[in-house]
Structure formats: structure tokens, C-alpha cells
Design a binder for this molecule. Structure first.
Ligand code: TRP
Ligand code: SF4
Length: 327
């Protein structure tokens, strides 16, 4: 039995991942694998709470699995699995449904936003989404959950669910702490909105180097630099914020000075970023190709992940049912 503290995080099955996902989350998870007993679940049951195409979901889940594994969620060093393969999550979700007051669910920010967008299809599943998320976490008695700022409210909600269960049925679930990563909020290539698949402003982690360059070349920089001889301000430039993700400190200093003194052009600056980025992405892309060439190994890894997860999940669930008086 591992004595390491345990963490769990959920991965949306949005298909292939972009550098916003990588530098904002996955890179941090990979670091955490050294010190924590890590569980990662691809949350297909959360994905079906909004309108979706069932014909496309399997590929979205598969691409998310391969990309995240290639990016460092090595199944030999963590437990990675598909949420719906561990039915105990939904069973605990029902138990937790029965300790959660209705009023709070309608006040969750993500629910309000999504139900605004989904006017025609606001399901009970969408309302209960945070309860399933609490079940994802509590079923492994996770000590902490590494997520972005946007999930802070759901995490607070999960702690309340644990507290409410414990007050009523006895001390059972630890309250999971929130581990906010290095907080990188990575903007899209447009420089105006957060990088996302739906905005089509992203750099895919496993895109071909040439394709990435074609996206970078025309990307917006500091508007003050109309000509090569115009000095610029790196702090107004999105490309400079990208540099901070991959360029060593001395390189950053050179670029800042070169930009302010107009001794470096934006294209050269982007070329340096591209080279430094590819040093991170090349091995990921290669691993992705290896994984894609051996789908049976990926499937086995996900099956093994689900098996390991189910062992822990079953035990927690049985304990919770007993406390609730279920025979
Ligand atoms: N709601 C999370 C998101 O939108 C995904 C998620 C589902 C999750 N279950 C989780 C995150 C459990 C952390 C822990 O990103
Ligand atoms: Fe941005 Fe680099 Fe151009 Fe300066 S030189 S504006 S940091 S791309």
C-alpha cells in the first residue's frame, strides 16, 4: 500500500491537446507524479452533460488519452483511466446526490454559463455535474486536486459535500485540498482570448513543426512594431509570454533587450520561440506516434488503469454504503 498522498484530476475528452493544456496543466501533473500517488480520469460522463455527437465521442476520448499519455502521463507511473469504465463513480454520485441540497447546484458559475449556452438542453446531468465531480475525487479519498483557477468553486463544493456526508454519517471522506498549478493562463494566438479548441486559436501539442510555424508567423505581436526598426515592448506581446514557457532566462533577457532596442525582428523572435518550443514538443510528438502505432498497448494500459482504480473505488463505495445504512 502506498503511503504517498493521493491526487486525482479529471481530463475533459476534448480530443488532441494544445500548449495551453500542456503548460497550464499536464506539465504540472507530470511533476506531481514524483511525489504523489496520481489518478487521472478522462471524464466522458461529464462530457455527455451538454449537447454532443455520440459518433465523435470515442475519437475525442481516444485522442485525449493518447495526447496526455504522450505528454507524460505514463501509465507505468500513474493510474490513468476512462471515467465510465469505473461505474463506482456514478454509484457514489447517487449517494452524494442524496446529501446535496438542490439550491446550491443552480448557483454554480459553470452551470450558469453552460445552461445559458445550452438553453434548449439544460439537463439534470448538467445541474448535477459538480456532484459527479465530487464523487470522482472522494471515491479515491484524494488528499488534493490539481486544477486551474476555474475549478476552484467546484473544489470548494466537493469539500462541502464531504463535510456534509461526514457530519451526517461519520467522519469518512477527507476534504480534498486544491492545488493550483503555476497558474499559467495561456492566451490564444489571437492574443485576446484564452487558448481553446473552440476558438481555433491554439497550437496543438502534436502538430507538425511546419504547421506550428505557419500559425506563428502571422501571429500578432506588439502593435508598436510596425517596422523592424520600431522599438517594442515585450510585456505587450503575446509571443513574449509564450517565450516565458520554454525559453531560458538569459534568452528571455536578450529578447526583451532586442525588442526594446529594435535589434531583433519579430520573425527572428518567433523563430527562436519555435525552436525552443519544438525542443519540448518533438519528444511528445514522437511518443504520440509510437502510441498510435500500438493501440492495443494503449487499450491495455487504460484497462489496467480502470482495474486499479476500481479496486480503490469499490472499497470506498462499500464503506460509504455501510455508513448510510444500505445493506
Ligand atoms: N470539471 C473539470 C473541468 O472542467 C473536469 C473534472 C471532472 C475534474 N472531474 C474532475 C477535475 C475531478 C478535477 C477533479 O476541467
Ligand atoms: Fe514580441 Fe518578440 Fe516582436 Fe518583441 S520582438 S514584439 S517580443 S515578437
Amino acid at each position: 500500500m502506498s503511503t504517498r498522498k493521493r491526487i486525482l484530476s479529471g481530463i475533459q475528452p476534448s480530443g488532441t491537446i494544445h500548449i495551453g493544456n500542456y503548460f497550464g496543466a499536464v506539465e504540472n501533473w507530470v511533476r506531481l507524479m514524483d511525489t504523489y500517488d496520481c489518478f487521472f480520469t478522462i471524464v466522458d460522463l461529464h462530457a455527455i452533460t451538454v449537447t454532443y455527437d455520440p459518433a465523435l465521442l470515442p475519437q475525442r476520448v481516444w485522442d485525449a488519452a493518447l495526447d496526455n499519455m504522450a505528454a507524460g502521463l505514463d501509465p507505468a507511473r500513474c493510474t490513468i483511466f476512462i471515467q465510465s469504465h469505473v461505474p463506482e463513480h456514478t454509484e457514489l454520485c447517487w449517494l452524494l446526490n442524496c446529501v446535496t441540497p438542490l439550491g446550491e447546484l443552480g448557483r454554480m458559475t459553470q452551470f450558469k454559463e453552460k445552461s445559458e449556452r445550452e438553453r434548449e438542453n439544460v439537463t439534470a446531468g448538467l445541474l448535477n455535474y459538480p456532484i459527479l465531480q465530487a464523487a470522482d475525487i472522494l471515491i479515491y479519498k484524494a488528499d488534493a486536486v490539481p486544477v486551474g483557477e476555474d475549478q476552484a468553486q467546484h473544489l470548494e463544493f466537493s469539500r462541502e459535500v464531504a463535510r456534509r456526508f461526514n457530519n451526517r454519517f461519520g467522519d469518512y471522506f477527507p476534504e480534498p485540498a486544491t492545488l493550483i498549478g503555476r497558474g499559467a493562463r495561456i492566451m490564444g494566438l489571437d492574443g485576446d482570448t484564452k487558448m481553446s479548441k473552440s476558438m481555433d486559436n491554439f497550437i496543438g501539442v502534436t502538430e507538425a513543426p511546419e504547421a506550428i510555424w505557419e500559425k506563428l508567423r502571422p501571429a500578432k505581436t506588439d502593435e508598436a512594431r510596425k517596422r523592424r526598426t520600431d522599438p517594442g515592448e515585450p510585456d505587450r506581446c503575446n509571443i513574449f509570454s509564450y517565450h516565458k514557457l520554454v525559453t531560458p532566462d538569459d534568452g528571455i533577457r536578450d529578447i526583451a533587450a532586442g525588442c526594446r532596442g529594435a535589434t531583433i525582428g519579430c520573425i527572428d523572435c518567433k523563430k527562436i520561440f519555435h525552436a525552443n518550443l519544438m525542443r519540448v514538443l518533438d519528444p511528445i510528438r514522437e511518443r504520440r506516434q509510437d502510441l498510435a502505432a500500438h493501440p492495443e498497448l494503449v487499450r491495455e494500459a487504460l484497462d489496467e488503469g480502470a482495474r486499479r482504480a476500481r479496486k480503490v473505488a469499490r472499497e470506498t463505495l462499500d464503506g460509504a454504503k455501510k455508513l448510510m445504512g444500505l445493506l
